[in-house]
Design a binder for this molecule. Structure first.
Ligand code: PLP
Length: 541
């Protein structure tokens, strides 16, 4: 449904876009609103007395009002930011100023890095406690633990409304009353809920709510921080400059009224206009309908996915506890390899830790494959995903991840004869990696992490007489990372240190001999980073 409203989906009818949790596609009405703004209204807000500036200011104000209506708030309570990440950083810095030593901040084990790191920083700075509400075995929040954890020391409870990995919908209302009962504030990361659920911040009872425009059909670079008016009025800004002041002297400044006080500098006016168009678009369909459609897709996908052997769904299996975002693992296959295979079948998913490394650690995995649906996805899209996964399960690794891609046209070509030979070699090194293990004696070592998928590798070197006498590595990973490590370690044995230090990524490419997609560069690069790191650092670990 609605696919025809989305030019990119229309242009690529064979594409099954299931990476909506990362960002959604944009309907023509949003694209047109951006073009129209730059063609007919472009001007700065607040500062000009001329007609265009007044028009832009009005459009910008209307965007605040549209967002406020969308989440049941008042326009003054809507602060435009660049996205959820900036919203959460802002609120953490503003509230952080009020925290004292031994105050406690409570998060959950399913947070996105955006709702972890800002609080970690504050906790370190202010010497506050940082606690994480654990998960149940059913991938929901352990509310029994939450009730224990939120106590008289708690000042802040910051939770995601919906997990971007598990799809779990958290009981925000209950968390709000737990927080308020002890005088704490509840901050909600709504990045994944605002696109899917009808939000009313007053009903939710939260004090602050953050979300991004680009995850709900709007443009990138525009997001929202909602805050209760009374609370926003009592907070001091942490960003300063034009547009946010009432009066400035050489030694002092006073702040503008809400929400301008928190919007320093020229805002993303076009982004706000585009976000308003996105909200209009969603309202025309109706958030209830979007939610209803999500439930239908979810029930269907859950049933189909749960029938696949070797596929493990990482998330609740009860449809009304979640949104249609499915993380899963495939037995004995790295998420990157599964993602690449699906890409070959024109199915766009995400693979890795999804910016939730602590959650991955809790789950005891490095990453998952994530298929995230939105209202324009169809049951047929689910069928295509399932059928591709069937192919994957029936195929040997030969079909995984290695192919020639012309990304500009989203078409997949065949490998050349020479590349086919290299492919066999790569697969051989993946299945039977050389030099795997820990050297009995080593002079250098280095532990490296692939920031994209969380894979960890440790490299051991024995260097004597300025030569690499021996080398080995430990750690698991995808086809590309394992084969690169195996090939590179073979290549460097017996070579002078100086020569190895001069190896570049091109060396890995030539050893692999097959084209790899841009996202896999980090997988190939991991081996080289570990080698360079070991030679630079000397004996470690
Ligand atoms: N929080 C959650 C739950 C998310 O899923 C994301 C993005 O994926 C973010 C925060 C960060 O959003 P943004 O990158 O738009 O700032």
């Amino acid at each position: 449904m609605n696919k025809e409203d989305f030019p990119l989906l229309h242009e690529h009818p064979n594409l099954v876009y299931l990476d909506n949790s990362a960002t959604t596609q944009k309907p023509l009405s949003v694209i047109n609103a951006l073009v129209d703004f730059y063609k007919n209204t472009n001007s700065n807000v607040h500062r000009g007395i001329h007609f265009l500036s007044q028009k832009a200011t009005m459009e910008y104000q209307k965007a605040h009002e549209a967002v406020a209506d969308f989440i049941g708030a008042e326009a003054e309570e809507i602060v435009f930011t660049s996205g959820t990440t900036q919203s959460l950083n802002l609120i953490a810095r503003m509230l952080g100023r009020k925290l004292r030593e031994d105050d406690e901040i409570v998060l959950t084990e399913m947070e996105h890095h955006s709702n972890i790191i800002p609080w970690q920083q504050i906790a370190k700075e202010k010497k506050c406690g940082l606690k994480y509400i654990p998960l149940t075995s059913g991938y929901t929040l352990d509310m029994k633990e939450a009730r224990q954890m939120i106590n008289s020391k708690t000042r802040i409870v910051a939770v995601t409304h919906v997990s971007n990995v598990l799809g779990t919908i958290n009981p925000v209302r209950e968390l709000a009353s737990l927080a308020h009962d002890v005088g704490a504030l509840l901050i909600v990361d709504g990045a994944q809920s605002a696109p899917h659920l009808k939000i009313n911040v007053k009903d939710l009872g939260c004090d602050f709510f953050a979300f991004s425009g680009h995850k709900m059909c709007g443009p990138t670079g525009i997001g929202v921080l909602y805050g209760k008016k009374g609370l926003l009025q009592n907070l001091d800004p942490v960003e300063f400059g034009g547009g946010m002041i009432k009066e400035v002297t050489k030694w002092h400044a006073t702040w503008a009224d809400l929400p301008a006080k928190f919007e320093a500098g020229t805002p993303n006016i076009a982004g706000a206009v585009g976000l308003r168009a996105a909200i209009d678009y969603l309202n025309n369909i109706g958030m209830e309908k979007i939610q209803e459609q999500g439930r239908e897709l979810m029930a269907y996908a859950l049933q189909k996915l749960s029938l696949l052997p070797k596929v493990r769904i990482i998330g609740p299996v009860i449809a009304n506890e979640r949104i249609p975002v499915f993380s899963f693992t495939v037995d004995k296959m790295h998420p990157h390899d599964v993602g690449d295979f699906l890409d070959k079948h024109n199915i766009a998913v995400r693979a890795g830790h999804h910016c939730a490394m602590p959650l991955m650690k809790t789950l005891g995995i490095n990453g998952t494959v994530r298929a995230s649906f939105y209202f324009y996805n169809t049951l047929e899209d689910v069928d295509k995903l399932i059928s591709a996964l069937h192919n994957l399960l029936n195929s040997k690794m030969e079909n995984v991840s290695l192919r020639n891609v012309d990304k500009n046209q989203i078409v997949f070509g065949e490998l050349t004869e020479k590349q086919e030979i290299y492919k066999e070699n790569v697969l051989d090194h993946y299945k039977e990696p050389r030099n795997k293990g820990i050297l009995k004696e080593y002079t250098h070592s280095c532990r490296e992490v692939n920031p994209v998928c969380g894979d960890v590798v440790t490299l051991y070197l024995n260097v004597e007489n300025e030569k690499i006498q021996n080398v080995s590595f430990m750690g698991n990973g995808c086809v590309i990372s394992q084969a690169s490590l195996s090939l590179l370690t073979e290549e460097m044995k017996g070579k002078p240190v100086q020569m190895v230090q001069n190896f570049t990524l091109n060396k890995i490419f030539s050893l692999l001999g097959i084209p790899i997609s841009h996202t896999r560069y980090t997988c190939a690069f991991l081996s080289l980073k570990a080698v360079h790191g070991a030679l630079k650092n000397g004996l470690r670990n």
